[in-house]
Write a protein that binds this ligand. Structure first.
Ligand SMILES: NC(=O)c1ccc[n+]([C@@H]2O[C@H](COP(=O)([O-])OP(=O)(O)OC[C@H]3O[C@@H](n4cnc5c(N)ncnc54)[C@H](OP(=O)(O)O)[C@@H]3O)[C@@H](O)[C@H]2O)c1
Length: 335
């Protein structure tokens, strides 16, 4: 939180907690240079909403993570000084954008710099899920590996397959680009409107979501979470999928109705699912999805490479500083 904008060099109210690591230090160094008073939450754990409400009161800027819900209550708590919100994410579903716009607050985010890392993770998750790697590793460890057997641990391969991408945006395209060399025969995609220029690289066909569900061997969800995409992958969607199809979600947990997904996986309606995002996060260890062998769940690590997180941090800090100076931000969200 930027407490005050100073004339001279900055005063940092709370110095960096060594546990917070390089990413947080980077924020501080950058913010230091433009003479602000900075107040920092000194923990890797998310700040409790009460502490955030108290801490943000009177602040000019807020640098937040995707786990910080910036809603009307928080904006009221911040008060009239708040002029910039910079989020360390490309997703902005945690921000009450209508309220923010109404108050004339500018928003910075981190598109592009995490695209490659997230696409890499999506492909890793897809291969891990369709070739049943966690199950296979477990069998080696627990003595279930007895002999080579023709159908044991068989899964599904990408060669000659049809891949459906829900949201052919930056990350969706980067995923398709990486999957194409595996021998994918056909790409389908869906979204609010066709994107012929982007789709040309993969000869991807724009289709209604029902057709994408019915014809794809692999479905990768890479859209943003909006009111229109919330619960998009529900019972109806899974019922249209092939029994042999694999479902991957790297978008946001709320795009999927998890109870419907559980039923689809448990009943054999679909073959398997790989999720990097869930609702809630963290997913409780007792969650029914974690009892299923055909469901692979990762703890929201799409952009988690050292380089990407450092680049995101720098961009988020520079967005904040530019916003405070009233200059164009390196990555400003158009509201
Ligand atoms: N797992 C992770 O760690 C991780 C990391 C980074 C990002 N993400 C998630 O990935 C999302 C996409 O990031 P990006 O950089 O690729 O953003 P982007 O370039 O803005 O792409 C967003 C995509 O969502 C699609 N979309 C929007 N409304 C839709 C709808 N109603 N139906 C279907 N598709 C719809 C858009 O398609 P049209 O514009 O054609 O409608 C677009 O293709 C982020 O919003 C974030 O939630 C996750």
């Amino acid at each position: 939180m930027i407490r005050k904008i100073l004339q001279k060099r900055s005063a940092v109210e709370h110095t960096c907690d060594p546990r917070a690591g390089k990413v947080e230090e980077t924020h501080l160094k950058q913010i230091n240079k433009i003479s602000c008073e900075v107040e920092q939450w000194n923990s890797d754990d998310p700040i409790p909403s009460k502490d955030l409400e108290q801490g943000v009161a009177g602040a000019y800027g807020l640098l937040c993570r995707l786990s910080d819900r910036v809603d009307k209550k928080l904006l009221d708590a911040a008060g009239a000084n708040l002029r910039v919100i910079s989020t360390l994410s490309v997703g902005v579903d945690h921000l009450a954008l209508d309220e923010i716009k109404k108050r004339g607050i500018r928003v910075g985010y981190t598109p592009g710099v995490l695209t490659d890392a997230t696409a890499e993770l999506a492909v890793s998750l897809l291969l891990t899920t369709c070739r049943r790697l966690p199950e296979a590793i477990e069998e080696v460890k627990n003595g279930g590996w007895s002999s080579w057997s023709p159908l044991w641990m068989c899964g599904y391969g990408l060669s000659e397959s049809t891949v459906g991408i829900v949201g052919l945006g930056r990350i969706g395209q980067a995923i398709a680009r990486r999957l194409k060399p595996f021998g994918v025969q056909r790409f389908l995609y869906t979204g609010r409107q066709p994107r012929p220029q982007e789709a040309a690289e993969f000869q991807a066909e724009f289709v209604p979501i029902a057709q994408l569900a019915a014809e794809s061997d692999f479905i990768v969800v890479s859209c943003s979470l909006t009111p229109a995409t919330r619960g998009l992958c529900n019972k109806d969607f899974f019922q249209k999928m092939k029994n042999t199809a694999v479902f991957i979600n790297i978008s946001r947990g709320d795009v999927v109705n998890q109870e419907d997904l559980y039923q689809a996986l448990a009943s054999g309606q679909i073959a398997a699912a790989g999720l990097d995002v869930t609702t809630p996060e963290p997913l409780p260890p007792s969650h029914p999805l974690l009892t299923l062998k055909n469901c692979v769940i990762l703890p929201h690590i799409g952009s988690a490479t050292y380089k990407t997180r450092n680049t995101m941090s720098l961009l988020a800090a520079n967005n904040l500083l530019a916003g405070l100076r009233g200059e164009p931000m390196p990555s400003e969200l158009k509201l």
